[in-house]
Ligand binder design. Structure first.
Ligand code: ZN
Length: 255
């Protein structure tokens, strides 16, 4: 978290300031180069775009690219687009503001206790894969292009160069839905597995988007603990580290 769905919520919150002029900016030195980002001052916000987990504030004087790390929350005019993130804090301590974009009377800021969010001027997204909200056809093509890979299915889903915007929670939810073991090697997937996986990405991303974010799935934060049971089979969920991330899956219906 934040994953592509949260970034989309942030994008839409920041888009309310399209047309405003940027009047001041301050940036935490660990998270971005304030001197460089100051070049957007006096630029007018023309658009707010999203690429996977990145949000771009497009101004007439350059683009501010934002990546939220694990705990960054975008806040517009003191309204948090999302109140709480899985690994974050509901507390809004102003000392945790890592970028503050003043636009006349309005403010866009990112509050990030862990300080892992990053900001850059005119970011290059050319290495990102297709967006998580792409068509089924585009998703199927992207998955097919990875069909020779021997890494775990979960790792392939998390690869931002393939599909941009899927994070840990969405990947677990997609594989839970597709009944595929996250640890299986990607090249072992059958033709039918590819179809199911495509359908699951398409459906899960949209369903969770409608419900309010990547934490609203069946293997969401509410049951991500030792001893939690599969809501389908009632057996204890497996907790493993796969592709470097904590992964929950069902040993019965996922194979
Ligand atoms: Zn199950």
């Amino acid at each position: 978290m934040p994953e592509g769905l949260e970034a989309e919520i942030y994008r839409s919150a920041a888009a309310t300031l399209v047309g405003r002029k940027v009047t001041a900016i301050s940036v935490d030195s660990l998270c971005g180069d304030e001197h460089q980002l100051r070049s957007v001052i006096n630029g007018r916000i023309e658009d707010v775009a999203r690429h996977g987990k990145f949000v771009d504030i497009v101004t007439t004087r350059g683009v501010i690219g934002m990546h939220f790390g694990m705990t960054g929350r975008l806040i517009v005019d003191e309204i948090a687009a999302i109140d709480r993130l899985e690994y974050g804090s509901a507390r809004d301590d102003r000392r945790w503001d890592r970028i503050i974009l003043q636009c006349g009377n309005s403010v866009i800021r990112v509050n990030d206790p862990r300080r892992w969010s990053r900001y850059s001027l005119d970011p290059d997204h050319s290495s990102l894969g297709i967006d998580l909200l792409s068509s089924k056809r585009a998703l199927a093509t992207a998955l097919r292009s990875a069909s020779h890979r021997t890494s775990a299915v979960k790792g392939v889903l998390l690869d931002q160069h393939l599909i941009a915007g899927l994070g840990n929670l969405l990947a677990d939810e997609v594989l839970f839905d597709a009944a595929i073991d996250p640890a299986r090697s990607f090249d072992s997937l059958s033709e039918q597995n590819h179809l199911t996986l495509t359908e699951s990405i398409f459906r899960v991303v949209r369903t969770l988007g409608r419900r309010g974010g990547s934490h609203t799935g069946r293997v969401g934060p509410a049951i991500r603990r030792v001893g939690a049971l599969c809501p389908i089979d009632g057996v204890e969920l497996q907790r493993r580290t796969i592709a470097g991330r904590t992964t929950f899956s069902c040993p019965v219906h996922q194979s």
